[in-house]
Design a protein around this ligand. Structure first.
Ligand code: CP
Ligand code: NVA
Length: 305
């Protein structure tokens, strides 16, 4: 059974194969209406159930369109409207859904819940974001980087701000795909040591934002307040020196690109001139959620890797 709970579930070779597949499929259907099914309809007859315990725009719509373009169908559920929201266990939900659908995607808070879902499900389970990681996002980010003409091995990625779930998956990708991450995070908001060790020596945390960005190929940031976190003035104040503005971007390589998983808060983690400027790849990055997730779905069903 193939579960996609973190990038390491797939491993480097399968990730590379998924990125190749995503790019090929994206190019093959360029200009087609979004709802048209890919010529080979590889997931015809398959149904994906999606469970959301947190808000989502990109993950919800891109997974829904991904399974449709592959010839399958989806069922989208808010956890609050399920019995899960009234105390039915994750384990029981997993076993019941496994009798109805062919795969389950879940967005939740505690990463232990996706692990429990995978343990009890008899169909593939996909992590659509937890407090600990966001592997589907990073598949789209890697695809966007490659599409921009850069190759992953040896790349220098700078992260600015909160040591959060998105950073944890970037760091995991660094270890697998052999690029380097320097994360500049304020005291008290650094990533867990365990997340950094997953990069097998390819990630380090610094305090100085300029040190992180110096000579970077890719500059990445994310919201300072993730879903489920309290809006705290002290945190926003601590983050302010880590805002990505034009002066900070000037320390990166001249051809450096800017990424942000979205949703963004212009004037907080990034200034409008950077996120809406020539170096920003955010719209391609958002679209690539669709193309990357099609590959993740195909990997889950044993069609890739
Ligand atoms: N980047 C991302 O996961 O966006 P959503 O929260 O809108 O799904
Ligand atoms: N770190 C953010 C990512 C949103 C896609 C969050 O968890 O809210």
């Amino acid at each position: 059974m193939r579960h996609f709970l973190n990038l390491s579930n797939a491993g480097a070779d399968a990730i590379a194969a998924m990125l190749d597949d995503a790019l090929t499929r994206k190019q093959a259907r360029a200009g087609w209406p979004k709802g048209k099914v890919d010529a080979d309809a590889p997931l015809s007859g398959r149904v994906l159930a999606m469970i959301f315990e947190k808000n989502s725009t990109r993950t919800r719509v891109s997974f829904d369109m991904a399974i449709r373009q592959l010839g399958g169908k989806s069922i989208v559920m808010e956890a609050g409207q399920m019995q899960l929201g009234r105390g039915e266990t994750v384990a029981d939900t997993a076993r019941v859904l496994s009798g109805y659908v062919d795969a389950i995607m879940i967005r939740t808070d505690d990463h232990a819940k996706v692990e429990e879902m995978a343990h009890y499900a008899s169909v593939p389970v996909i992590n659509g974001l937890t407090d600990a990681s966001h592997p589907c996002q990073i598949m789209a980010d890697l695809l966007t980087i490659i599409e921009s003409g850069k190759s992953l091995p040896g790349l220098k990625v700078a992260w600015l701000g909160d040591g959060n779930n998105v950073l944890a998956s970037i760091v995991e990708a660094a270890g697998l795909m052999h690029f380097d991450v320097v994360a500049a995070c304020p005291q008290g908001f650094q990533p867990e040591e365990e997340a950094i060790t997953r990069a097998s020596g390819r990630a380090r945390v610094v305090a100085d934002p300029r040190e992180a960005v110096e000579g970077a190929d890719i500059v990445v940031t994310d919201t300072w307040i993730s879903m489920g976190q309290a809006q705290a003035d002290a945190k926003l104040a601590a983050m302010m020196p880590y805002q990505v503005d034009a002066a900070l971007m000037a320390h990166a390589k001249p051809d450096a690109k800017f990424l942000h998983c979205l949703p963004a808060h212009r004037g907080e983690e990034v200034t409008p001139d950077v996120i809406d400027g020539a170096q920003s790849l955010i719209w391609a990055e958002a679209e690539n959620r669709l193309h990357a997730q099609k590959a993740v779905l195909r990997w889950c069903f044993g069609q890739i890797g």
